[in-house]
Design a protein around this ligand. Structure first.
Ligand code: C2O
Length: 627
């Protein structure tokens, strides 16, 4: 992998290393262009490559290193950016990467340098964070090595394992049909396959009686994976960059963006290879195409001459897998439960159709809508008004946090979906989650009603809670998390299912804006990207730099459907109009045949299997969807 990117260690660094100081500068030059790839052997497609290669280079650093990524956007037709998922970016909020939050989208032909000190350890990843850009392949592991990790002497060798869903269609061709009139239920696009290290049929060579560290990362856009190794247990030693007391487990549920490091000790015999099994969480899928392979087998390879058996699991059995509940893990630093919060943020997930008939995702009544000026730049250009949340616009859903406040988020889920929520800039303590991960995870769905958090009646919070940066919100359930606002910056809190983020399932924390103004200055190339993209970098959410309290012209969400109309009624009305138009002009049907998105078949009389490849033939089936 190192060959894929030019890694430069400065002469100074070498001198420092000789002097006994290990910190060095690690520089990657990323020329981002389209390349072709066929990782599942089923279909060659355009993917986002770096320096002409895909899979992308794994970024590898040591704690304390300065990481410099010089990115050139050579895509020609798409804006871009990089988020280093899980990096706190304390003091470098401008290097965090989400477009219109901490930077402008980098337009084709522009360069942009990310430069920050890595002051943490463990397993991370990087991905594009501009609209729906990472499902096109722009995502890969980021590993921070630590020879002082508590388990550093317990293993002989380490392997990084990524798992991912994979689409044969470019996101720019999928996304418009997802957010559309023709998808009033908000059914997510169904992947075409699932990858393991960006390919299939991987063998991890092992010796008998030896312990290995496996770093597991779900770099998918949508689908969680169950993970187990036949006939083996393992010890969890890290989640999302937080070391844990070594804890035995046999099955994991790894949602998108989550990471686990596990220690696997091999058997003392070499006559068998053992399946490493990943199984897609089918509960997330609205339809299951008959040709979608839901479980994949890769191998712990003890012997090249032994057989390579396929996993012994049927799709129906996958529902019975009982994964380890990550809320029970104990961080090895022993950090105790944070005190009672200074501020409590109580938000509820819902999905709802707005007046245009599209299905949006909300926290309370707001579907995140990007502002006209990246929010960080609003902080920096607003002077004393930076602590006034109004200037960030209603529809970015901003909450201003005071420096060092203890923040508690209560997240209720009034939706039937599973939502892995990620907070930028922090890991957080997980205090409560119901229903717990395990056999009762879907029990509220069976009950038919959401169960919201009741602060006067909850389970006892753990005295040393697990911490991580991405945590799964159960269907119709809730979770409660806490963190300290000790990292001045603008931080996105959002569902990491990329389709749900596109549907607005996110909000912003404007953390300690006054301290942020004192500490941060933006490098010139970041503003240059704005100029090249034609995006203003001063002013409030409406790009008003004269009167920050005048939000006229801000980007707004669509109107709510008026009382008296049901969402289904509106959708039916809109669909009748569409049908009428189609009837009058049959030719326009051809204009709709690019709804190459097979979750169209979600009506009551839909077949329960669909062709996942021949999507071009999908016609809008309006009647089924009108309800
Ligand atoms: Cu991987 Cu906004 O995050």
């Amino acid at each position: 992998m190192a060959l894929l990117a030019r890694v430069t260690c400065l002469v100074l660094t070498t001198l420092l290393a000789i002097a006994g100081c290990q910190a060095k500068t690690v520089t990657y030059d990323f020329n981002v262009t389209w390349v072709a790839a066929n990782p599942d052997g089923l279909y060659e497609r355009k993917v986002v490559g770096i320096n002409g290669q895909w899979p992308l280079p794994v970024i590898e650093v040591d704690k304390g290193d300065q990481l410099v990524v010089n990115m050139y956007n050579g895509l020609g037709d798409k804006t871009s950016s990089i988020h280093f998922h899980g990096m706190f970016q304390n003091g470098t909020n401008d290097m965090d990467g989400p477009s219109m939050v901490t930077q402008c989208p980098i337009p084709p032909g522009s360069s942009f340098t990310y430069n920050f000190t890595v002051n943490q350890n463990g397993t991370y990843w990087y991905h594009c964070h501009t609209e729906n850009c990472y499902p096109d392949g722009y995502r890969q592991a980021l590993i921070v090595h630590d020879k002082d990790a508590p388990f550093a002497n317990d293993y002989e060798e380490e392997f990084t394992v990524t798992m991912s869903d994979w689409y044969h269609t470019l996101t720019e061709d999928i996304a418009p049909s997802y957010m559309s009139l023709y998808n009033p239920t908000g059914a997510e696009p169904i992947p075409n396959s699932f990858l393991f290290n960006d390919t299939l049929n991987v063998s991890i060579p092992v010796k008998p009686n030896t312990t290995y560290l496996l770093r597991l990362i779900n770099i998918a856009a949508f689908v969680s994976q169950y993970f187990y190794i036949e006939d083996h247990t393992f010890k969890i030693v890290e989640i999302d960059g937080v070391y844990t007391e070594p804890t035995e487990a046999d099955t994991l549920y790894i949602a998108v963006a989550q990471r686990y490091s596990i220690l696997v000790t091999t058997k003392n015999t070499t006559d068998q290879n053992f399946p490493i099994v990943t199984v897609a969480d089918t509960v997330l899928l609205d339809t299951i195409p008959s040709d979608l392979k839901l479980n994949n087998t890769n191998w712990l390879e003890y012997s090249k001459s032994a057989p390579y058996p396929q996993a012994d699991i049927q799709v129906a059995q996958a529902q019975d897998l009982v994964p380890f509940d990550d809320i029970t893990l104990v961080p090895s630093d022993g950090m105790p439960l944070l005190p009672e919060p200074d501020i409590q943020i109580n938000v509820t997930v819902i999905m709802q159709n707005l007046m245009n008939g599209y299905n949006y995702a909300f926290l309370n009544n707001i579907t995140y809508t990007a502002p006209k000026v990246p929010t960080l730049y609003t902080v920096l250009s607003s002077g004393n008004l930076a602590t006034n949340s109004e200037i960030y616009g209603e529809f970015t859903h901003p909450v201003v946090l005071n420096h060092n406040d203890v923040v508690e988020i209560i997240l209720n889920n009034n939706d039937t979906g599973t939502h892995p929520f990620h907070l930028h800039g922090h890991n957080f303590q997980v205090l409560d989650r119901q229903p717990p991960v395990g056999p009762n995870f879907y029990s509220n769905l069976n009950g038919g009603n959401p169960v919201n958090y009741d602060s006067s009646n909850h389970t006892t919070f753990p005295s040393v809670p697990a911490r991580r940066d991405t945590f799964v919100l159960p269907p119709y359930g809730y979770f409660v998390i806490r963190f300290v606002a000790d990292n001045p910056g603008v931080w996105f809190f959002h569902c990491h299912i990329d389709w749900h983020l596109a549907a607005g399932l996110g909000m912003l924390f404007i953390e300690a804006p006054t301290q942020l103004q004192e500490r941060l200055s933006i490098p010139e190339d970041h503003y240059q990207a704005c100029r090249a993209a034609g995006v203003p970098y001063e002013g409030n959410a409406a790009a008003n730099a004269q009167d920050f309290l005048d939000l006229a012209g801000e980007n707004t969400q669509q109107a709510f459907i008026p009382a008296g109309f049901t969402a289904r009624g509106i959708v039916a009305l809109v669909f009748s109009c569409i049908s009428a138009v189609l009837g009058m002009a049959g030719i326009s049907v051809y204009g709709l045949t690019d709804l190459n998105f097979h979750t169209m078949y979600t009506g009551p009389d839909a077949p329960n299997t669909t062709e996942s490849v021949a999507m071009d033939n999908v016609q809008p089936k309006t009647e089924e969807n009108t309800g």
